[in-house]
Design a protein around this ligand. Sequence first.
Ligand code: AMP
Ligand code: ZN
Length: 121
Amino acid sequence: MSHDPNCLFCKIAAGDIPSTRVHEDDEFVAFKDIHPAAETHVLVIPRKHIATLSDCSESDAPLLGKMMILVARLAKQLGVAYTGGETGFRTVINTGPGGGQEVYHLHAHLIAGPRPWQRMG
Ligand code: AMP
Ligand code: ZN
């Protein structure tokens, strides 16, 4: 299923639920997390509905690759890329209840900023 009408992030991708977008293109949308764990906390999602990382297979490799490159690009754009010294950011993909996943549409968290960070999950 490329779009799940009951999925929160499909609705955000479609613009049916508001979000603070920091990026959008044909394949991905990135927006600010509503409960940020740090000064910078962005979620990167594919427009295609994929519930979890465990649902991905070889055919999703290009999408997953592009998603990671986009995370790195956005980190640069948001001024939190690793450029030496103490700089850098965290990328997290929670998968299933065991991984603390709450929204079942694949997403990568991009988190950065001064410590302390809020606990996630
Ligand atoms: P996860 O636990 O990895 O599934 O993360 C889901 C994330 O989605 C959490 O960090 C939530 O704060 C965030 N979230 C839930 N609803 C919204 C929303 N409407 N807009 C932005 N972020 C949201
Ligand atoms: Zn979805």
